[in-house]
Design a binder for this molecule. Sequence first.
Ligand SMILES: [Zn+2]
Length: 235
Amino acid sequence: MLSVLPAPRPLDPLTLPGPVWVAAPHPDDEALGCGALLAALAAAGREVRALLLTDGGFSHPGSREFPRARLVAERLTEWRAGLAALGVPPQRTRALGLPDGALERCDPAEVERLARAAFAAAPPATLLLPWRRDPHPDHRAAWGPLTAACAGARVLGYAVWLAERGAGTDWPAPAEARAWTLAVGEHRAAKARAVAAHATQLGCVTDDPGGFTLAPGMVRRALDGPELYFEEIPG
Ligand SMILES: [Zn+2]
């Protein structure tokens, strides 16, 4: 798969115009995919805002201890705690509460409208969101309406599941996008705290054997980095 990857160049976080928004289809995508970038921006005094698309309520459908309403509330709390560890305070977060696992069945025009409303107070000059073919249906469904909601912004697609589950064709072709890379480096501890905030995704829900758990290898890869970003080349 790396053979199709455009040659990545190091990303200087300070070159990203503000306001910078990070969009997460699920609570934890931003921590796994771009925790170091968010921490770097915060360390430089840059203001970052965050938008959560779905309610995260589908990760443990069989749990009796965590019925959907409790899971949704818990995951929102985890999301805000994780972002706080990366320097994004709760007052700079917005959550749309769309249905986890069913974003592709939402009307894209409505998702765009909701995103535009969330962005209104500080429209993004840079938008971070999962790469358009990051291999999860909710991630893929986010690209169209979100990029439409911030026309003119610089858009960087981050990788969440690409290395884990992506096919060769999910990666950008060299002519399709510029690739940027960011070492986790000094921001590893902050990124680790942000990921650790997502306890429901790390095994604390024990009564749903079919429920979702982040594999230790996936967490390790996210913490080791580097983070990858793809920026489409206008065609
Ligand atoms: Zn996700």
